[in-house]
Design a protein around this ligand. Structure first.
Ligand SMILES: [Zn+2]
Length: 59
């Protein structure tokens, strides 16, 4: 198995990782209260999911 002869410097690894970017979580509009919420999650504003209330919203 071929192996690297020398380890890469810290700056070389950091330069490669400049392309790693954090992305925003995709949001969807709640059909009940029209707030932005995470997809496939109950709405934190009104506690609705799939057309019905499944939990009490946080005060
Ligand atoms: Zn909602």
């Amino acid at each position: 198995m071929p192996n690297p002869k020398r380890r890469h410097s810290k700056s070389r690894g950091a330069k490669r990782r400049t392309h790693y970017k954090a992305t925003k979580p995709s949001t969807a509009e709640c059909p009940n209260c029209h707030e932005h919420k995470l997809q496939h999650r109950a709405c934190p504003n009104c506690g609705h999911y799939n057309g019905r209330s499944i939990m009490m919203p946080k005060e």
